[in-house]
Design a protein around this ligand. Structure first.
Ligand code: 13P
Length: 248
């Protein structure tokens, strides 16, 4: 299975900074053929990034979108608007959207359905908080997020990201064993939903992934890629991460 490594820039980088990053980054990964490389800049940089990425082996993603096609939804961005910038994927259900913007499972499900209907690939995020992990609720939480979030959604162009909230931006990475345990659980749930098609769904790990720890995480059976925040903001760091096999 081809691995999938995505940069989630969150609320970082102006258009000029986006262009500068891509000017350095694109040449440094041009020979990478065995990884799907994805960059998710903020909305304001999508069009500029789309132009810079045209004809390269780096694909564009959005960090969010709204589910309606058009209309009176001040501040929102539609799937067609994303496609227009060259976007091929969209991140949906990130814990920061759930936490700060009150997105619940029903909202996330609507967004996923709308994205897939428009032909966008979906990077669906799930993960437990520290409190939930300590209360032994990790599998309950993730099981529910998958069941509700993916209700009525098919497996085509679907990528699932496991992001333990306690590992995001904290420098506290899940150990490979902790990651594999949850990824195996996610795979099992996907088998229930999709049968043998579940074997082809990439399951990404996210949460303090760095060029130093990526190799051990990627060695886990059910870890098929990464969703990277902080370490994706510098071109050399993200290039190192994407090229982790060559760095040996
Ligand atoms: P960090 O890599 O900064 O921990 O962020 C992870 C993340 O939330 C990616 O979506």
């Amino acid at each position: 299975m081809k691995s999938f490594i995505a940069a989630n820039w969150k609320m970082n980088k102006t258009i000029a900074e986006t262009r500068e990053f891509l000017r350095d980054f694109i040449p440094s990964v041009k020979d990478v053929a065995d990884v799907d490389i994805i960059i998710a800049p903020p909305f304001t940089s999508l069009a500029a990034a789309g132009e810079a990425l045209m004809g390269t082996n780096v694909q564009l993603a959005s960090q969010d979108m709204f589910w309606e096609e058009k209309g009176a939804y001040t501040g929102e961005v539609s799937p067609a608007m994303l496609l227009d910038t060259g976007c091929r994927h969209v991140i949906i259900g990130h814990s920061e959207r759930r936490q700060y913007f009150h997105e619940d499972d029903a909202v996330i499900n609507k967004k996923i359905r709308a994205a897939k209907k428009a032909g966008l690939g979906v990077i669906f995020c799930c993960g437990e908080s520290l409190e939930e992990r300590e209360a032994d609720k990790t599998f309950d939480v993730i099981g529910r997020e998958i069941e509700k979030g993916l209700e009525g959604v098919d497996a085509e162009n679907l990528v699932v990201a496991y992001e333990p909230i306690w590992a995001i931006g904290t420098g506290k990475t899940a150990s490979p064993e902790q990651a594999q345990e949850v990824h195996a659980f996610i795979r099992e749930r996907l088998r229930k939903l999709y049968g043998s098609a579940a074997e082809d769904i990439r399951i990404l790990y996210g949460g303090s992934v760095t060029p130093e720890n990526v190799e051990l995480l990627m060695a886990c059976r059910d870890v098929n890629g990464g969703l990277v925040g902080g370490a994706s903001l510098k071109p050399d760091s993200f290039a190192k991460l994407v090229c982790y096999k060559k760095e040996k």
